[in-house]
Design a protein around this ligand. Structure first.
Ligand code: MG
Length: 302
Protein backbone atom coordinates (compact mmCIF):
# COMPACT_ATOMS: atom_id res chain seq x y z
CA UNK A 1 0.00 0.00 0.00
CA UNK A 2 1.27 3.44 -0.94
CA UNK A 3 0.57 5.71 2.01
CA UNK A 4 1.96 9.26 2.00
CA UNK A 5 5.18 9.92 3.97
CA UNK A 6 4.08 13.35 5.04
CA UNK A 7 0.74 14.97 5.83
CA UNK A 8 -0.28 18.60 6.22
CA UNK A 9 -2.68 19.30 9.04
CA UNK A 10 -4.84 22.40 8.74
CA UNK A 11 -5.68 23.42 12.31
CA UNK A 12 -9.18 24.86 12.33
CA UNK A 13 -9.63 25.11 16.11
CA UNK A 14 -9.41 28.90 16.49
CA UNK A 15 -12.22 29.35 13.93
CA UNK A 16 -14.26 26.19 13.38
CA UNK A 17 -13.53 24.96 16.90
CA UNK A 18 -14.54 28.11 18.76
CA UNK A 19 -17.39 29.48 16.65
CA UNK A 20 -19.99 27.31 18.34
CA UNK A 21 -18.82 27.79 21.93
CA UNK A 22 -21.31 29.86 23.95
CA UNK A 23 -18.77 30.96 26.58
CA UNK A 24 -17.06 34.18 25.43
CA UNK A 25 -13.35 33.62 24.92
CA UNK A 26 -11.04 36.63 25.27
CA UNK A 27 -8.93 37.70 22.33
CA UNK A 28 -5.73 37.15 24.34
CA UNK A 29 -6.82 33.59 25.14
CA UNK A 30 -7.33 32.88 21.44
CA UNK A 31 -3.93 34.38 20.68
CA UNK A 32 -2.34 32.27 23.43
CA UNK A 33 -3.87 29.17 21.88
CA UNK A 34 -2.62 30.16 18.43
CA UNK A 35 0.89 30.83 19.79
CA UNK A 36 0.90 27.36 21.32
CA UNK A 37 -0.25 25.82 18.03
CA UNK A 38 2.68 27.54 16.30
CA UNK A 39 5.01 26.24 19.00
CA UNK A 40 3.56 22.76 18.39
CA UNK A 41 4.73 22.96 14.78
CA UNK A 42 1.40 23.59 13.06
CA UNK A 43 2.00 25.34 9.73
CA UNK A 44 -1.60 25.99 8.57
CA UNK A 45 -3.96 27.68 11.02
CA UNK A 46 -7.44 28.98 10.31
CA UNK A 47 -7.33 31.86 12.75
CA UNK A 48 -10.78 33.45 12.60
CA UNK A 49 -13.74 34.41 10.44
CA UNK A 50 -14.71 37.80 9.06
CA UNK A 51 -18.42 37.08 9.32
CA UNK A 52 -20.71 39.82 10.51
CA UNK A 53 -19.96 40.24 14.25
CA UNK A 54 -23.63 39.74 15.11
CA UNK A 55 -23.78 36.44 13.20
CA UNK A 56 -21.10 34.79 15.33
CA UNK A 57 -20.34 36.94 18.39
CA UNK A 58 -17.53 34.59 19.41
CA UNK A 59 -15.57 35.73 16.34
CA UNK A 60 -16.47 39.42 16.54
CA UNK A 61 -12.81 40.10 17.42
CA UNK A 62 -11.60 38.81 14.04
CA UNK A 63 -9.62 41.97 13.27
CA UNK A 64 -8.01 42.07 16.73
CA UNK A 65 -6.96 38.42 16.37
CA UNK A 66 -5.75 38.84 12.80
CA UNK A 67 -3.72 41.94 13.61
CA UNK A 68 -1.87 40.23 16.46
CA UNK A 69 -1.14 36.81 14.96
CA UNK A 70 2.34 35.61 15.92
CA UNK A 71 4.33 35.84 12.71
CA UNK A 72 6.44 32.82 11.83
CA UNK A 73 8.12 32.09 8.48
CA UNK A 74 6.62 28.60 8.25
CA UNK A 75 3.07 29.45 9.29
CA UNK A 76 0.23 30.35 6.95
CA UNK A 77 -2.87 31.80 8.59
CA UNK A 78 -6.23 31.74 6.88
CA UNK A 79 -9.53 33.37 7.73
CA UNK A 80 -13.06 32.57 6.62
CA UNK A 81 -14.63 35.24 4.47
CA UNK A 82 -18.39 35.15 3.74
CA UNK A 83 -18.73 38.15 1.42
CA UNK A 84 -16.91 41.13 -0.07
CA UNK A 85 -17.18 43.14 3.13
CA UNK A 86 -15.47 40.25 4.92
CA UNK A 87 -12.77 40.26 2.25
CA UNK A 88 -12.23 44.00 2.78
CA UNK A 89 -11.74 43.41 6.49
CA UNK A 90 -9.39 40.46 5.91
CA UNK A 91 -7.28 42.44 3.45
CA UNK A 92 -7.06 45.36 5.88
CA UNK A 93 -5.57 42.96 8.42
CA UNK A 94 -3.00 41.58 5.99
CA UNK A 95 -4.53 38.08 5.79
CA UNK A 96 -2.76 36.13 3.03
CA UNK A 97 -5.15 33.19 2.69
CA UNK A 98 -8.93 33.21 2.84
CA UNK A 99 -11.45 30.40 3.03
CA UNK A 100 -14.90 30.38 1.45
CA UNK A 101 -17.79 28.26 2.59
CA UNK A 102 -20.42 26.43 0.59
CA UNK A 103 -21.89 22.93 0.59
CA UNK A 104 -22.98 20.06 -1.61
CA UNK A 105 -26.63 20.47 -0.58
CA UNK A 106 -28.91 23.47 -1.10
CA UNK A 107 -30.90 22.79 2.06
CA UNK A 108 -27.75 23.19 4.11
CA UNK A 109 -26.52 26.39 2.46
CA UNK A 110 -30.00 27.93 2.60
CA UNK A 111 -30.14 27.47 6.37
CA UNK A 112 -26.47 28.26 6.97
CA UNK A 113 -25.74 31.15 4.60
CA UNK A 114 -29.20 31.91 3.19
CA UNK A 115 -28.24 31.08 -0.41
CA UNK A 116 -28.40 28.11 -2.74
CA UNK A 117 -25.09 26.53 -3.66
CA UNK A 118 -25.23 28.17 -7.11
CA UNK A 119 -25.90 31.55 -5.53
CA UNK A 120 -22.92 31.09 -3.21
CA UNK A 121 -20.66 30.37 -6.18
CA UNK A 122 -21.86 33.62 -7.79
CA UNK A 123 -21.07 35.53 -4.59
CA UNK A 124 -17.61 33.94 -4.47
CA UNK A 125 -16.64 34.89 -8.02
CA UNK A 126 -15.70 38.54 -7.37
CA UNK A 127 -14.25 37.63 -3.96
CA UNK A 128 -11.82 35.12 -5.47
CA UNK A 129 -10.92 37.51 -8.28
CA UNK A 130 -10.12 40.33 -5.89
CA UNK A 131 -8.29 38.06 -3.45
CA UNK A 132 -6.05 36.57 -6.12
CA UNK A 133 -5.23 39.97 -7.58
CA UNK A 134 -4.22 41.09 -4.07
CA UNK A 135 -1.86 38.09 -3.79
CA UNK A 136 -4.20 36.26 -1.41
CA UNK A 137 -4.77 32.53 -1.97
CA UNK A 138 -8.17 30.88 -1.52
CA UNK A 139 -9.38 27.60 -0.04
CA UNK A 140 -12.98 26.46 -0.39
CA UNK A 141 -15.05 24.40 2.01
CA UNK A 142 -17.62 22.05 0.61
CA UNK A 143 -19.83 21.07 3.54
CA UNK A 144 -22.18 18.08 3.68
CA UNK A 145 -20.14 16.09 1.13
CA UNK A 146 -21.28 12.73 2.44
CA UNK A 147 -24.49 13.23 4.40
CA UNK A 148 -26.64 16.36 4.75
CA UNK A 149 -28.62 16.72 7.98
CA UNK A 150 -31.64 17.78 5.89
CA UNK A 151 -31.26 15.84 2.62
CA UNK A 152 -29.57 12.62 3.73
CA UNK A 153 -26.84 10.88 1.67
CA UNK A 154 -25.13 13.07 -0.95
CA UNK A 155 -24.20 11.73 -4.36
CA UNK A 156 -20.49 11.93 -5.17
CA UNK A 157 -21.20 13.50 -8.58
CA UNK A 158 -22.81 16.46 -6.81
CA UNK A 159 -19.68 16.89 -4.66
CA UNK A 160 -17.52 16.83 -7.78
CA UNK A 161 -19.66 19.48 -9.49
CA UNK A 162 -19.35 21.88 -6.57
CA UNK A 163 -15.63 21.20 -6.08
CA UNK A 164 -14.99 21.81 -9.78
CA UNK A 165 -16.88 25.10 -9.74
CA UNK A 166 -14.73 26.31 -6.85
CA UNK A 167 -11.50 25.22 -8.52
CA UNK A 168 -12.60 26.88 -11.77
CA UNK A 169 -12.97 30.17 -9.88
CA UNK A 170 -9.33 29.98 -8.78
CA UNK A 171 -9.64 28.26 -5.41
CA UNK A 172 -6.49 26.13 -4.92
CA UNK A 173 -7.83 23.63 -2.39
CA UNK A 174 -11.26 22.19 -1.66
CA UNK A 175 -11.93 20.93 1.83
CA UNK A 176 -14.29 18.00 1.37
CA UNK A 177 -16.19 18.13 4.62
CA UNK A 178 -18.23 15.61 6.56
CA UNK A 179 -20.09 18.30 8.45
CA UNK A 180 -22.14 16.06 10.73
CA UNK A 181 -19.54 13.32 11.07
CA UNK A 182 -21.83 10.66 9.63
CA UNK A 183 -19.51 9.35 6.90
CA UNK A 184 -17.91 5.92 7.12
CA UNK A 185 -14.66 4.94 5.35
CA UNK A 186 -16.39 3.35 2.35
CA UNK A 187 -18.19 6.68 1.74
CA UNK A 188 -14.83 8.45 1.76
CA UNK A 189 -13.33 5.91 -0.64
CA UNK A 190 -16.25 6.22 -3.04
CA UNK A 191 -16.47 10.02 -3.05
CA UNK A 192 -12.75 10.78 -3.08
CA UNK A 193 -12.11 8.17 -5.80
CA UNK A 194 -14.78 9.85 -7.87
CA UNK A 195 -13.19 13.28 -7.33
CA UNK A 196 -9.77 11.94 -8.30
CA UNK A 197 -11.14 10.99 -11.70
CA UNK A 198 -11.54 14.70 -12.51
CA UNK A 199 -9.57 16.92 -10.14
CA UNK A 200 -5.92 16.84 -9.00
CA UNK A 201 -5.04 15.00 -5.80
CA UNK A 202 -3.18 18.00 -4.37
CA UNK A 203 -6.32 20.15 -4.48
CA UNK A 204 -8.18 17.85 -2.10
CA UNK A 205 -8.28 18.29 1.68
CA UNK A 206 -10.51 16.22 3.95
CA UNK A 207 -12.41 17.61 6.93
CA UNK A 208 -13.92 15.10 9.32
CA UNK A 209 -15.98 15.29 12.47
CA UNK A 210 -15.92 12.54 15.04
CA UNK A 211 -19.64 12.42 15.88
CA UNK A 212 -19.93 8.67 15.33
CA UNK A 213 -16.31 7.79 16.09
CA UNK A 214 -15.31 7.32 12.44
CA UNK A 215 -13.03 10.35 12.09
CA UNK A 216 -9.70 8.52 12.15
CA UNK A 217 -10.98 5.60 10.08
CA UNK A 218 -12.11 8.14 7.49
CA UNK A 219 -8.64 9.72 7.48
CA UNK A 220 -7.19 6.27 6.85
CA UNK A 221 -9.50 5.87 3.86
CA UNK A 222 -8.21 9.23 2.57
CA UNK A 223 -4.57 8.22 3.15
CA UNK A 224 -5.09 5.04 1.13
CA UNK A 225 -6.07 7.25 -1.81
CA UNK A 226 -3.03 9.46 -1.30
CA UNK A 227 -4.73 12.53 0.20
CA UNK A 228 -2.15 14.51 2.19
CA UNK A 229 -4.15 17.38 3.73
CA UNK A 230 -6.50 16.97 6.68
CA UNK A 231 -8.38 19.54 8.76
CA UNK A 232 -8.62 19.02 12.49
CA UNK A 233 -9.12 20.96 15.68
CA UNK A 234 -7.05 20.92 18.87
CA UNK A 235 -9.03 19.24 21.63
CA UNK A 236 -11.69 18.16 19.12
CA UNK A 237 -13.35 21.53 19.61
CA UNK A 238 -16.17 22.50 17.34
CA UNK A 239 -19.52 21.65 15.97
CA UNK A 240 -21.83 23.51 13.71
CA UNK A 241 -24.78 25.63 14.83
CA UNK A 242 -26.61 24.79 11.59
CA UNK A 243 -25.86 21.07 11.58
CA UNK A 244 -27.98 19.21 14.12
CA UNK A 245 -25.99 16.40 15.67
CA UNK A 246 -22.58 17.69 14.65
CA UNK A 247 -20.15 17.11 17.48
CA UNK A 248 -16.56 18.25 17.49
CA UNK A 249 -14.07 18.27 14.68
CA UNK A 250 -11.63 15.40 14.52
CA UNK A 251 -9.08 16.21 17.25
CA UNK A 252 -5.63 17.26 16.05
CA UNK A 253 -3.90 15.32 18.83
CA UNK A 254 -5.77 12.11 17.97
CA UNK A 255 -4.83 12.55 14.33
CA UNK A 256 -1.19 13.26 15.23
CA UNK A 257 -1.08 10.16 17.45
CA UNK A 258 -2.29 7.94 14.61
CA UNK A 259 -0.02 9.46 11.97
CA UNK A 260 3.02 9.35 14.30
CA UNK A 261 2.39 5.67 14.91
CA UNK A 262 2.09 5.04 11.17
CA UNK A 263 5.42 6.77 10.55
CA UNK A 264 3.74 9.61 8.63
CA UNK A 265 5.39 12.95 9.31
CA UNK A 266 3.24 15.88 10.46
CA UNK A 267 5.95 18.03 12.06
CA UNK A 268 3.58 18.52 15.01
CA UNK A 269 4.12 17.80 18.71
CA UNK A 270 1.19 15.94 20.26
CA UNK A 271 1.99 17.24 23.76
CA UNK A 272 2.05 20.87 22.64
CA UNK A 273 -1.31 20.42 20.88
CA UNK A 274 -2.80 19.13 24.11
CA UNK A 275 -1.42 22.23 25.84
CA UNK A 276 -3.08 24.41 23.19
CA UNK A 277 -6.37 22.61 23.83
CA UNK A 278 -5.88 23.12 27.58
CA UNK A 279 -5.84 26.86 27.15
CA UNK A 280 -9.42 26.70 25.84
CA UNK A 281 -10.56 23.87 28.13
CA UNK A 282 -9.74 26.04 31.17
CA UNK A 283 -11.99 28.84 29.91
CA UNK A 284 -14.81 26.51 28.89
CA UNK A 285 -14.37 24.69 32.19
CA UNK A 286 -15.26 21.34 30.68
CA UNK A 287 -13.42 18.20 29.61
CA UNK A 288 -12.67 17.91 25.90
CA UNK A 289 -13.71 15.06 23.60
CA UNK A 290 -10.33 13.98 22.32
CA UNK A 291 -8.93 10.61 23.35
CA UNK A 292 -5.41 12.00 23.76
CA UNK A 293 -6.55 14.95 25.87
CA UNK A 294 -8.49 12.60 28.14
CA UNK A 295 -5.64 10.08 28.34
CA UNK A 296 -3.01 12.68 29.21
CA UNK A 297 -5.17 14.68 31.62
CA UNK A 298 -6.45 11.61 33.46
CA UNK A 299 -2.82 10.53 34.03
CA UNK A 300 -2.06 13.95 35.48
CA UNK A 301 -4.92 13.63 37.96
CA UNK A 302 -4.19 10.01 38.93
MG1 MG B 1 -15.73 21.41 11.14
Amino acid sequence: MNLPNKVTIVEVGPRDGLQNEPVPIATETKLAMIAKLVEAGVTHIEATSFVHPQAIPQLADAAEVANQLPQHPNVIYSALVPNERGLDRALECGIKRIALFTAASDSFTKININMTVDESIKVFKPIVKRALSAGVTVRGYVSTCFVCPYEGPINEQRVLEVAKQLLDLGVDEVSISDTIGAAVPTDVTRTVSHLLGSIPLETIALHFHDTYGCGLANVYAGLQLGVTTYDSSAGGLGGCPYAPGASGNLATEDLVYMLDGMGIDTGISLDRIVEAADIIAKVLNKPLHSRQWQRIRSQCQA
